[in-house]
Design a protein around this ligand. Structure first.
Ligand code: G3P
Ligand code: MG
Length: 234
């Protein structure tokens, strides 16, 4: 399996509705998006802590209300063709994924000072409100606290623990998360680690692989899902 990381940032602005649509058009069946809370606690779609790189605004996302975020442009920085792209809210992204029949790997993105439990609570509320199909959803995070809260609120939702370290299995938190999948930085994955993870029966994903010629090597190692910025090239 392949996952379109933040949509298809090699061809459209990341974490936007246009990016989701283009990824689907180019063959994606899975898409990964990052979600965070606005100041008024609305889950929105963006990767960075700061607005500077992917919008025409400045400052920290969590210090802006949704009304303030909706005044920004999230496409212009990428290419003039995308100017006017609205700051996406999670609700819209969920509806778009549903419409396109995509499976969503939604990353709960936390930065120092943001509240993992509040994010988990608001995300789960929206999943319930939109009746998003759970067989088309995976909630992932580097934050054990966020995933544990997701588990408490919605035990049936699949959870993916993201890590850029290999000593995570020593972490007690993992027992509490009960992950469906582990998502590792592909640069640290070795055949031994892959074997250990697969031996526990957990699904193995890697991020972010942008070298299609290496896909076979990782699939042969037991990787189930490759997360990539350039899904059209695989
Ligand atoms: O889903 C894995 C990957 O997205 C984690 O890293 O920084 O791209 O969100 P990042
Ligand atoms: Mg991510």
């Amino acid at each position: 399996m392949l996952t379109a990381h933040r949509g298809i940032p090699s061809k459209a602005p990341e974490n936007t509705l246009s990016g989701i649509r283009l990824a689907a058009q180019l063959g994606a069946r899975w898409v990964e998006l990052d979600t965070q809370l606005s100041k008024d606690r609305i889950p929105v779609i963006m990767h960075d802590e700061s607005l500077d790189r992917t919008t025409n605004g400045t400052g920290l996302l969590r210090e802006k209300t949704l009304d303030q975020l909706r005044m920004l442009d999230t496409g212009e920085w990428y290419k003039a063709d995308y100017s006017g792209e609205l700051f996406p809210i999670l609700e819209e992204a969920l509806e778009e994924c549903k419409r396109l029949n995509l499976t969503l790997n939604l990353e709960l993105k936390l930065y120092p000072g943001s509240d993992p439990e509040a994010l988990a609570e608001r995300v789960i509320e929206l999943i319930q409100e939109t009746e998003f199909p759970l067989d088309k959803l995976l909630l992932s995070s580097f934050s054990g606290d966020a995933l544990i809260r997701c588990r408490e609120l919605m035990p049936d939702v699949r959870r993916g623990f993201i890590s850029d370290r290999t000593d995570f299995s020593l972490n007690q938190t993992l027992n509490e998360i009960e992950p469906y999948s582990i998502h590792l930085d592909h640069r640290i994955l070795t055949p031994e680690i892959a074997r250990d993870i697969k031996g526990t029966g957990v699904v193995l994903a890697i991020w972010t692989l942008n070298e299609p010629e290496k896909a076979e090597y990782f699939f042969n190692m037991g990787v189930d899902n490759i997360i990539t910025d350039m899904i059209d090239q695989f």
